[in-house]
Design a protein around this ligand. Structure first.
Ligand SMILES: [Ca+2]
Length: 367
């Protein structure tokens, strides 16, 4: 028989297998399309139903903290959270500007510091500073000319009278051209006031970390375990070079970057690592996790009082996410477990925030 002609028997044997393959492929295709369509539909519903610029974070449980980081991140413990909406990016200068225009809000950095308030945060007996020091201003990152001891942040931070959100580096600087950058030089009070105006609130520290992890479990970074390098593919706006005096800005940004300049995490959230630190609602306690046992903590709202042995007089609020100043040789605070306590009344070049709305239901605000 000619090899190109099939015997009737061959056809009969082959056809069922061929048909079965086709049927399986069809089923797989339908399944894929259904899943894809469902995901798309869900995404669209999110888009239509959700607050603008926010992502829905499903209720769930996660492992908070780390076992190999600084003591204030330990131990890893279980946390269960209700669902919430979270801003997909940090609050920008443009957004903050709309708030200020609508409310004529004056930020902490634009008001003269009150001695009575300062006094409460300083060791008893601290003399009153000269009036020339009690002027509006904020802390501006000012890189030294060369290497300095890394335990002396005062060598790279400068109190600049007149520095505020509109003039982040002081008088003469402006946010023109930086409308899409995260707002900085805002205090915890400023961030809270903005959130209230927007019908939102600041995230709890637990909500922030859950969102930052983007669904990954026990990973070192928001994108996985690959450590950023000084000359490799940029994963976030952090520091490259020698901290704090030589920044090669290999990632494209010496200071803040426009929000969403880097890839989002698994939950579609931008800049949960680097760019600017973000205020959280919680008071800061270095040992906040110590009392948390094996049972999951449900919707933890942080300690009732601020505890930080290194700063016994100044109550602090939690900041998260690290900033454009973070480098592995100084602080690897772009890790999602990293946490820091920051005086709530101080504006700084590298601190901003984002907001959340608790629960699926939300009411459209007027803004
Ligand atoms: Ca950078």
């Amino acid at each position: 028989m000619h090899s190109g002609i099939k015997a009737p028997g061959d056809e009969a044997i082959r056809r069922p297998g061929w048909r079965r393959g086709l049927r399986l492929a069809a089923i797989a295709a339908v399944g894929f399309l259904a899943a894809f369509g469902f995901a798309k539909l869900r995404q669209r519903l999110n888009h239509v139903d959700g607050p603008p610029g926010m992502r829905w974070i499903e209720p769930g449980e996660f492992l908070m903290g780390s076992d190999d980081g600084p003591g204030n991140e330990r131990p890893i413990h279980r946390v269960r959270l209700s669902g919430f909406w979270i801003d997909s990016h940090e609050v920008t200068n443009a957004e903050f500007g709309r708030f200020v225009a609508a409310t004529r809000y004056v930020t902490t950095a634009e008001r003269p510091p009150e001695w009575e308030e300062l006094q409460r945060q300083l060791p008893p007996g601290t003399p009153r500073p000269d009036d020339s020091r009690l002027v509006p201003g904020a802390m501006v990152f000012s890189p030294p000319a060369g290497p300095v001891p890394l335990d002396q942040p005062a060598t790279w931070w400068r109190w600049v009278p007149g520095a505020c959100w509109k003039h982040p580096e002081g008088p003469g600087s402006s946010i023109e051209g930086r409308e899409a950058h995260p707002v900085v030089q805002v205090s915890w009070d400023d961030a809270t006031a903005y959130a209230r105006w927007a019908g939102k609130r600041l995230p709890t520290e637990a909500e922030w970390e859950y969102a930052a992890r983007g669904g990954l479990v026990r990973r070192r970074f928001t994108w996985g375990d690959r450590a950023p390098t000084d000359d490799g593919h940029a994963l976030a706006n952090i520091w490259q070079g020698r901290f704090p005096y030589r920044n090669t800005a290999h990632d494209g940004f010496e200071r803040t970057a426009p929000v969403a300049s880097f890839a989002p995490n698994g939950f579609g959230l931008y800049d949960m690592a680097g760019n600017v630190w973000e205020w959280c609602a919680d008071l800061y306690a270095a040992d906040a996790y110590a009392a948390r046992g094996a049972e999951p903590w449900v919707d933890p709202a942080g300690p009732g009082e601020s505890r930080d042995l290194s700063e016994p007089y100044a109550p602090r609020r939690v900041t998260r996410g690290g900033s454009f100043l973070c480098h592995s040789t100084y602080c690897e605070s772009y890790r999602p477990a990293a946490r820091r306590g920051t005086p709530p009344d101080t504006g700084m070049s590298h601190i901003g925030f984002r907001c959340v709305i608790a629960g699926r239901d939300w009411t459209a605000g007027t803004h």
